[in-house]
Design a protein around this ligand. Structure first.
Ligand code: PLP
Length: 446
């Protein structure tokens, strides 16, 4: 295999002196739940990070093309975010929402200022699953309806509530979890019945939501929930007009529209700050996690004051939600995105990568589809372009080869057939040139 040099960095990692990867693997096997999966034939152990790069215990550096699963939005250990955490850690780490604290209120104000329309009421929690659970609760409490429409190929979390709206058999345990949930056709143009060349595909996929409302529910629904680009499903972008038409059908049936922005938010799509804006809609409830905190346990549900009122009357409480430290970090993340123009960087480099990957698609027949927006890019691999048989083993091999060459990327899709690239948004042109060379080499060596 060729050696492809990583772009230089001025960061000097510390010498790692802790237990070896093999020792840590043994501890994990003995003391941790085996359900927690690892990547790679020989798992790697990351011990340091600086902006878009991470180092393993042997001192090997990687370009982090997955950002801790679409979570490190502005860069590993970004100095502004670290400084905000450090400052607050030394004063007061925790108090809970039963007392006032300026950080959470000021952060809510800043986050709300990024939202369109009446989306001004924030509720902070710790994870995407919690945010989606809470959004579904609010939707049901507000509408007094129960049924929820979600999409096939969706991932919304691993709690028992969100496992119900998730629609990949891989993530669903055999427990009762989907009562009142109906899964509509995924607007997945590469594999679905209405392809890229169908200008009316958005409306046609939306009709399936309408049919579900008419045939599978009492005609009234509590909510429609969708990621703005499906993440775990393999970075599946919806046809234009899909959300607009679907939102009309859902609202006509008394429901509210929930946008899961856990992966698509904070400028990652490049053209817009929020993924739903790429479809020209304003949801009623937005859920946020992952990139919101650049790696700290922070998540949020943002809705209108009217819908937020639905939680009043019973007691709802979240011990850590929006604690002083994570609120300071969340605010710092927003400041970095603005100051460093990271949305514009996502836009510029995302387009460059897509153009480069489309060239690679001409050369490598195993690439079935190249898609995505900004720094959220998927490469779906197929054994045969006519049958679209998923090339799962080959996808795993590309992920493995890329790692050996110094690039970490992810997999997605029901069959693990889609490569996912979603790095910290601070990557540079030199990183992207490195990435394209690595992909070419990894596909060539299959
Ligand atoms: C779109 C989406 N929603 C929700 C979640 C759940 O987030 P968490 O793992 O923080 O519970 C994820 C996690 O991957 C996600 O990708």
């Amino acid at each position: 295999m060729k050696n492809i040099p990583l772009p230089p960095t001025s960061h000097k990692p510390q010498k790692y002196t802790g237990p070896s990867a093999d020792e840590v693997l043994a501890l994990r096997k003995q003391f941790m739940n085996p359900g927690i999966f690892l990547y790679y034939k020989k798992p790697i152990m990351l011990v340091e990070g600086s902006m878009q790069y991470v180092w393993d215990d042997t001192g090997k550096r990687y370009l982090d093309g997955l950002g801790g699963i679409v979570t490190v939005s502005v860069g590993h250990c970004h100095p502004h975010v670290v400084a905000a955490a450090r400052k607050q850690n030394e004063i007061l780490q925790h108090s809970t929402t039963i007392y006032l604290h300026p950080n959470v209120a000021q952060y809510a104000e800043k986050l709300a200022s990024k939202m369109p329309g009446d989306l001004k009421a924030c509720y902070f929690v710790n994870s995407g699953s919690e945010a989606n659970d809470l959004a579904l609760l609010m939707a049901r409490a507000y509408t007094q309806n129960y049924d929820v429409i979600s999409l096939r190929n969706a991932y919304h979390g691993g709690s028992s509530g969100t496992m119900g709206v998730t629609a990949h058999s891989n993530w669903k345990y055999n427990i009762p979890h989907s009562f009142g949930v109906h899964h509509a056709l995924a607007p997945y143009q590469y594999r679905g019945p209405f392809g890229y060349n169908d200008a009316d595909a958005g409306r046609k996929y939306a009709n399936d939501v309408k049919e579900l409302i008419d045939y599978a529910t009492p005609g009234k629904v509590a909510a429609f929930i969708a990621e703005s680009i499906q993440g775990v499903g393999g970075f599946v972008e919806f046809p234009q007009g899909y959300l607009k038409q679907t939102y009309e059908y859902v609202r006509a049936a008394g429901g509210v529209c929930i946008a899961d922005e856990v992966q698509t938010g904070f400028g990652r799509t490049g053209t817009h700050f929020w993924g739903f804006e790429t479809q020209g809609v304003i949801p009623d409830i937005v859920t946020l996690a992952k990139g919101i905190g650049n790696g700290c346990p922070l998540a949020a549900v943002v809705t209108t004051q009217k819908i937020a009122q639905s939680l009043v009357g019973k007691v709802h409480f979240n011990t850590f939600g929006g604690n002083p430290v994570v609120s300071a970090m969340g605010k710092a993340v927003l400041e970095v995105i603005e100051k460093e123009n990271l949305q514009a960087n996502s836009h510029k480099l995302g387009n460059y990568i897509l153009a480069g990957l489309n060239k690679l698609k001409e050369k490598h027949k195993i690439i079935g589809d190249v898609r995505g927006k900004g720094l959220m890019i998927g490469i779906e691999m197929v054994k045969d372009r006519a049958t679209k048989a998923p090339a799962s083993a080959e996808c795993a091999q590309v992920v493995e080869t890329a790692k050996d060459l110094g690039l970490l990327i992810g997999k997605g899709g029901l069959w693990g057939q889609t490569i996912r690239f979603a790095p910290p948004m601070c990557i540079t042109q030199a990183d992207v040139d490195f990435l394209l060379k690595v992909f070419d080499e990894a596909f060539s060596s299959l």
